[in-house]
Design a binder for this molecule. Structure first.
Ligand code: KIV
Ligand code: NA
Length: 269
């Protein structure tokens, strides 16, 4: 299987996406990437790793170095999916030049194909700057977690007419600037539909109904690793129970000296 390309993802919408929605999941480690790769079109090294891997309270403290290290692991663990890396907060907002330097650092360190950044019309100039210089960009609009301190929380967006209009305008601005795809997070279904109809590039929904051109979830959320997850997450497994059950059994066997058994023990010839 040859690795998919950014133009191939963009082309999917022109070819009629309804029959072939885009499948995306987050991945932060090589082993996780190995397990997910064949099932996905794209793997996202999301800055959600701040909370999921590092136990941080938000994505705000995530650094370029953290993103570069995890992105490199995910590229090493995959050979099929397009690997997209999140640009962390503070690494791209100041200017197109700052964004280019940060994005170049991420792609050089990891071998990933594209970056993702949050923000709409305000980031359009930056998106055009990067794309014009060889860096494919995925947009991210609606609920943008790096703006949590401006938004005041993680509630769904697009419930007022003004907010709805702004989100559709953001999508158009990003697409006109050359974004190859746009994540639409935490918006009411009519907005997801309006955005998806408004742009020629694929929309990737998360908490944005089934009517986007593709879907993404945080892998640990859909695996059932966490007690508390947003309403839009469906749990496809109960990995938390599997892990704590295995740890419990191991602990019991160590304390009972029934592990290691004869099979796990070396003896002289
Ligand atoms: O960081 C992340 O995991 C993301 C997705 C949830 C879209 O940005
Ligand atoms: Na993110």
């Amino acid at each position: 299987m040859k690795r998919l390309t950014v133009p191939a993802i963009l082309q999917r919408k022109q070819d009629g996406i309804t029959a072939d929605p885009i499948v995306m999941l987050t991945a932060y480690t090589a082993r996780q990437a190995q397990l997910l790769d064949a099932h996905c079109d794209m793997l996202l090294v999301g800055d959600s790793l701040g909370q999921v891997i590092y136990g941080l309270p938000s994505t705000i403290p995530v650094t370029l170095e953290m993103m570069a290290n995890h992105a490199a692991a995910v590229v090493r663990g995959s050979y099929h999916s397009v690997v997209v890396v999140d640009m962390p907060f503070g690494s791209y907002e100041e200017s197109p030049q700052q964004a280019f330097a940060s994005a170049a650092q991420l792609l050089k360190a990891s071998g990933a194909a594209a970056v993702k950044l949050e923000g709409g019309a305000a980031m359009a100039e930056t998106v055009a700057f990067l794309v014009g210089r060889g860096i494919p960009v995925m947009g991210h609009i609606g609920l943008t977690p790096q703006a949590v301190n401006v938004l005041g929380g993680y509630a769904a967006r697009g419930r007022s007419d003004a907010e709805a209009e702004k989100i559709v305008g953001d999508a158009k601005a990003l697409s006109d600037a050359g974004a190859f795809s746009i994540v639409v997070e935490g918006v009411v279904e009519p907005i997801a539909i309006a955005v998806t109809n408004a742009v020629p590039c694929p929309t990737i929904g998360i908490g944005a109904s089934a009517l986007c051109d593709g879907q993404v979830l945080v892998t640990e959320d859909m695996l059932g690793m966490f007690e508390r997850v947003p309403r839009f997450v469906k749990r496809y497994a109960d990995v938390a129970t599997t892990i704590s059950g295995a740890a419990d059994l191991y602990a019991q066997e160590v304390r009972a000296r029934s592990f290691p058994g004869a099979e796990q023990t070396y003896q002289p010839k």
